[in-house]
Design a protein around this ligand. Structure first.
Ligand code: ADP
Ligand code: MG
Length: 290
């Protein structure tokens, strides 16, 4: 499985650009798509899911042009849109049967598959209740289940962990790891901790562009030995920000405690070197640069 995306541009109108000359190659495994709101994550996912057409650029799945043959990807696609709508009067079981019919999935194995998926997202006990009575997290979980009905080889989850509690996140991660051995799985989020533990690779987007893509440890390596913590007087903060990229600050009674990334060879007096994390690099790459 290889998805090769080249020079993708999505121009919504004269003011709004969703993607700007975006290129990426995605192999099997879990790719975490990370970027602030408006970075173009949903635009990219809609184009891969063939819901939206690019203004320019090409997508090839295993060498096949998706624009010429959209069915080649649709047949093997599972897609959870960011604004996933459900049918409030159907129960979970009926809803999955309905989606299965739309996807052309059927046969004697269907009942078993639905039972397995309902179990996978922990909805077995609520499967006969109308979806309209579900909580946000439960709706999100039925949304996750419907992506897996057709044994997909390309899975796209747009902000899937929104509304999930920590336990549900772990379940989601387990479910995804099972699928990902044979499939391309793309997950988006604007929250680093949602992606960090699931993704084999991370792609960081900003303003419709790809800024970086690598395994998490390699991305973290970009700022190795350059993350520091220190405490300074409140009045020194502005001057400090002019010298270094401040990642976060916490105001105390007397002083401000801060975490920052430094290019300078000379260390600030009193600062201590700390272990870099994915969150640091993400902020470093997506905030205003020094
Ligand atoms: N249907 C649309 N019409 C006009 N502009 C849009 C539309 N959808 C998205 N955009 C714009 O495209 C950019 C990328 O949006 P989006 O792909 O939703 O980003 P993300 O999912 O990373 O938050 C934003 O500037 C957004 O305002
Ligand atoms: Mg989005």
């Amino acid at each position: 499985m290889t998805l090769e995306i080249k020079n993708l541009t999505k121009q919504y109108n004269q003011q709004k650009t969703g993607l700007s000359d975006f290129s990426i190659t995605i192999d099997k495994g879990v790719l975490g798509l990370l970027g602030p709101n408006g970075a173009g994550k949903s635009t990219l996912m809609k184009i891969i899911a063939t819901i939206s057409k690019p203004t320019r650029g090409t997508l090839f799945l295993n060498g096949e042009d998706i624009a010429k043959n959209p069915d080649s990807i649709r047949k093997i696609l599972g897609y959870l849109p960011q604004d996933f709508g459900v049918y409030p009067n159907l129960n979970a079981y009926e809803f999955l049967e309905y989606i299965a019919a739309m996807k052309g999935v059927g046969g004697p194995g269907l009942r078993k598959r639905i039972d397995m998926l309902l179990d996978g997202v922990n909805l077995t006990a609520d499967a006969r209740r109308p979806i309209g009575s579900y909580s946000g997290g439960m709706k999100q979980r039925i949304g996750i289940a419907q992506t897996l009905l057709n044994d997909p080889k390309v899975l796209i989850f747009d902000e899937p962990t929104v509304g999930l509690d920590p336990e549900e996140r772990v379940r989601f991660r387990d479910l995804i790891s099972e699928m990902a051995s044979e499939a391309i799985v793309i997950l988006s989020s604007h929250i680093v901790s949602d992606i960090e533990t699931i993704a084999d690779e991370v792609a960081i987007m900003k303003s419709g562009k790809l800024i970086d893509k690598a395994i998490p440890s390699a991305i973290i390596g970009r700022i190795e030995n350059r993350v520091f913590e220190t405490t300074i007087a409140h009045t020194d903060l502005e001057a400090f920000k002019a010298r270094h990229q401040v990642i976060n600050t916490s105001r105390q009674a007397e002083k401000t405690q801060l975490r920052y990334i430094s290019n300078a060879t000379e260390m600030e007096a009193g600062a201590r070197n700390v272990t870099a994390g994915l969150e640091d690099v993400y902020l470093f790459l997506t905030q205003n640069q020094h």
